[in-house]
Design a protein around this ligand. Structure first.
Ligand code: C5P
Length: 232
């Protein structure tokens, strides 16, 4: 899989999701299913969107003991998702277990991406709530390194961190970056944003775009604009 735009389908129901996706009559976009939609509709939503021809990033951010994560990943892998994720904070051994669980009998598996520190966690919260005293950039790079050591394919990070992750972990290690906004768009609650063109320049491999597409007056045009700016 090469560079692509992933649409964050942050909808509360299958009905809303299909109403939105029905607007796309040409290319089938790569879509992200998060906890809200998955918990509302169950695994069937993954099967339904797969059957309609979409690639799926299942964003459930697993974090538990290695054995539980391994077994859960085996279930997700059977759903035939293309990409899924977990928290790097679960340790290298949990990430290794996840990879083992994800790998299908024929040796294929979905891409596995680690969340390093959530962008909602800042230096102060990390120090006070988690008792991690190192600078947050160092923690993010350390977690990215752990993910690479465990054999994962990449990390979810801010587009502003993507260049540094590639410097630390190499160009083949994928960066999946949310926080993307058009230059003339509303940034909403995202704090550190980049345009699709800037994300391309800095080397993001996948951009995850929600509201700039889902809330646009013309979502198909907004998606195509993202693809043109990011993929070319
Ligand atoms: O609507 P918007 O483009 O801000 O959506 C971004 C998507 O990426 C949402 O699904 C959000 O949960 C997700 N995300 C994020 N920042 C992270 C990790 C995930 O915005 N650090």
């Amino acid at each position: 899989m090469g560079k692509d735009v992933i649409i964050a389908c942050d909808f509360a129901s299958k009905e809303e999701t299909l109403n939105f996706l029905d607007k796309f009559t040409g290319k089938k976009p790569f879509v992200k299913i998060g906890m809200e939609l998955f918990y509302a509709e169950g695994p069937q939503i993954v099967k339904d969107l797969k059957a309609r021809g979409h690639k799926i990033f299942l964003d459930l951010k697993l974090h538990d003991i290695p054995n539980t994560v391994k077994k859960s990943m085996a279930v997700l892998s059977r759903l035939d998702v293309d990409m899924t994720n977990l928290h790097a904070a679960g340790t290298i051994s949990m990430m290794e277990g996840a990879l083992e669980g994800l790998t299908r009998p024929d040796g294929t598996r979905p891409l596995l991406i680690a969340v390093t520190q959530l962008t909602s966690t800042d230096q102060e919260r990390m120090e006070k709530d988690l008792l991690i005293k190192e600078p947050i950039d160092k923690v993010v790079m350390h977690y990215a390194h752990n993910a690479m050591a465990a054999g994962l394919d990449g990390v979810v990070c801010s587009p502003l961190e993507a260049g540094k992750v590639h410097e630390t972990c190499g160009d083949k290690f994928l960066t999946v970056t949310p926080g993307v906004r058009f230059a003339d768009g509303d940034i909403g609650d995202q704090k550190r944003v980049m345009t699709p063109a800037e994300a391309k320049k800095i080397g993001s491999d996948y951009i995850v775009v929600g509201r700039p597409i889902t809330a646009a007056a013309d979502p198909v045009a907004a998606y195509e604009r993202c693809c043109t700016e990011f993929i070319g």
